[in-house]
Design a protein. Sequence first.
Lengths: 107, 216, 620
Amino acid sequence: MSITITENAASRVKAFLKNRGKGIGLRLGVKTTGCSGLAYKLEFVDAKSDDDVEFESHGVHIFIDNKSLQFLDGTQVDYAKEGLQEGFRFTNPNVKGECGCGESFTV
Amino acid sequence: MISTLSTDNLTKILRQNCFEVFDLSLQYKVDHDALNNRYQQLQKQLHPDKYINHPDSSLSIRVSAHINDAYNTLNSPLLKAIALLEQYGVILDLNKDKELPISILMEQMELYEEIEEANHDIDRLNALAKKLSDNIRKLNDKIAQDFESMDSRQPHGWVRGNDIISGNKAQPVTIAKAGVQTPIYNSYVIIIEDIKKLAFYNKIAQQIDDKIEESW
Amino acid sequence: MALLQIAEPGSLSEPHKRNIAIGIDLGTTNSLVATIKNATPTVLQNQDDEQLIPSVVYYAPDETKLIGSPALKMQVVDPANTIVSIKRFMGRSFGDVDPTISYPYSFAKTEGIIEIATNHGYKNPIQVSADILRELKNIAIENLGEEPTGAVITVPAYFNDAQRNATKLAAQLAGLHVLRLLAEPTAAAIAYGLDTKNEGTFLVYDLGGGTLDVSILQLSNGVFKVLAVSGDTHLGGDDFDHCILDYIKDKLGLNKISDKDNAFLLNLAKFIKESLSDKQSITVNEITPGNQIINFILTSDEFYTISAQLVQKAIRPIKKALHDAKLDINAIDEIIMVGGSSRLLNIRSQITAIFNKPLLTNIDPDKVVAIGAAIQANVLVGNSKDDYLLLDVTPLSLGIETMGNLVEKIIPRNSTIPVSRAQDFTTYKDGQTAMTIHVLQGEREMVKDCRSLAKFSLKDIPPMAAGAARIRVTFQIDADGLLSVSAQEQTTGISNSIEIKPSFGLNDEQIAKMIKSSISNAKIDMQKRQLSEAIIDAEALINTTINSLSCNGDLLEEEEKNKINQSIAELQTQLTANIELTQKIHIIKKLSANLNEATTNLATILMDMAVKQGLIGKNI
């Protein structure tokens, strides 16, 4: 089981955390909504929960709840710029299909 | 992303004159780079496009229009001169005060004749337009000097001077009313004459422009 | 996938809850709808995979109406009930209809707005445009699965206040929240300018089906400022079609032909025009529905000759725009070509010759306006982090009537909008308590040569001596280019303020009637949307279930598996069933619920597995 984050993304996360003034890391997760079944979630973490699995990559602590982990195993998080927008991108080997807007996916 | 302004700040801008809006000092020579930068920065903050579905959206239309108006004023030598004069307490309303200074009556007749003769000859019209724009540029430099010499002598005296001349800020000042022959009031007369001359040149330039357009 | 931002714990919004903004190019010939998908501007397709939707509405003898390509096919069959190029009539009255063009419609002989007799009764241009816009909105809903939050609708830069108002009202009738009316050439410049990020001065040449716009814009420090616009609202590709049509009729001596044959020949003329954009000559060999034999050859040289006057007319606004912007030819860095008719070779060669520069055509001239509109819509709803700003101008001077039927200009053309100007008026008789103000738009000096926008009375002026009252009238043009007027008596301190919206030839009753009939359409729209959502949800559910079954199906009893498969099959057949809207929504929702119930056990098993795997992961 592994989750990785690129160096570029890690530095952005650290910068965001610093700006925010508090927080111990980054939460990755999935939710069962959206037009293709599942959607990613990305949040700051203030405290670790009991059912969290913790990873570390490029100095960033990543927390994932057990239920989400099966859908995210092997995922790499990168920070990218596309045209006029920028943000985090998930490269998830488990994904079989995405909805039109790219916000949700199926495994 | 630049944030929008508060209701208070928006209404504050509405009350500012064209110089205050752009943080410019009260003088005729304007730093156009600073003006353009400030204009762009302000519009990026308060244009109605930034107030979509916002309670202040209709206020932002008014403020944005006010900024456009101020920008337009500072980019037009004539409007700028009138606005600056107003800051010294003199309201010059060219719609009411149409009387032309005697010094340009001759020139006026000559110019009208030349336009008449040029008829729809595009080359002659272009030459006339060129002549006019040279005149306007020279006059513009002179008005700048007019204001500078006033500034150096008595920058704050004008408010008092105006009380003497018109007695009431809301009334248009005419040269005839100015009348008093002291050095300060003389420069009043000179500047008002020059501004009227500029307005007249602009009008003629517009007429030539319209004729050029007609000839296409 | 979409790019994500980090959210505060627990605050994460549901996916798809962000604002969906669309850009609509409501064209004379074709209309398009675009949106930003995965940070890329995309022109949306209808169910027949079309992006260019013909701006045509067919009002059938029964209740049905056809929009787009199906309607276009009816043009030859029933020209009187097939409304094409309606944009030409927007904001115009019957008196404005060009008598030299023969239309197959019968117009109501009314004073105000144009009305065309159809199988569905009299239709005005706003209603016809609303029908087109509603279709575009439905295409967006079908693609996006939900109602767009807002729309940017493009209009020719040279549209006057009446035409802009008509367009906005049409969009509102179609149930769209109009974020902004955007000038077409400006939209094109956004599409190019933000694509290349090159600062500089652009000239946009936009020759559409019915209108010509020329705009000059400057991009610097993220501000797009329109310097000048010019154009001709009565010139477009259609005129070149009519030019060829007249040539055909003249050459073959077809003076009196039926409306059907005329429509047939007009389509033929359009085809010839398009063919001559990449061919030297075209041989025509056709038989009209009325059995006229059409047989001739037209070379591109001959076409240039017969259309030389039109081309001249189409070039003139370039000169005017440069003049107004106080720029010479060398100041233009890029020339952007927009609109289907900008493909005309004689137009392109003329413009290349004027500027001695290659023309920008790499974004499809038919789609560039819709793309720019979508980018702007996305910015306006706050989806984009870009802080660029667009500053447009008013294309026509605004003035008021003064003594002697003259127009006094109050806001000159090419003023940056929003703009407002106040003007003081006074009474000319003792005790006068009312006065009339006539607002006009146009460049000419006489009232009769300008477009009348509004005539209104200022009432309840306190009786005073002549010239004592001071009424300050404020004229404001907003960022959509739309006028509003307010008035206030200054001297008495009586704040008798009035608000006038120009009525562009429509009275309150007509507007009320139009809104009423649009409500019934809105109900159908809502149902269509619900159906579309239900179908998307159902398909997602089916996909997820099939995937889970194929991976982990062996964990289930055969009986349970069969039950799930049966539920899937039942739901799938209903997705494509051709039944009444409300009934279909109900059935799909019910069958989706059944499938959900049938897979409860499967979901529990999968979740348990995941938790176990997660724990294993932790131990390792």
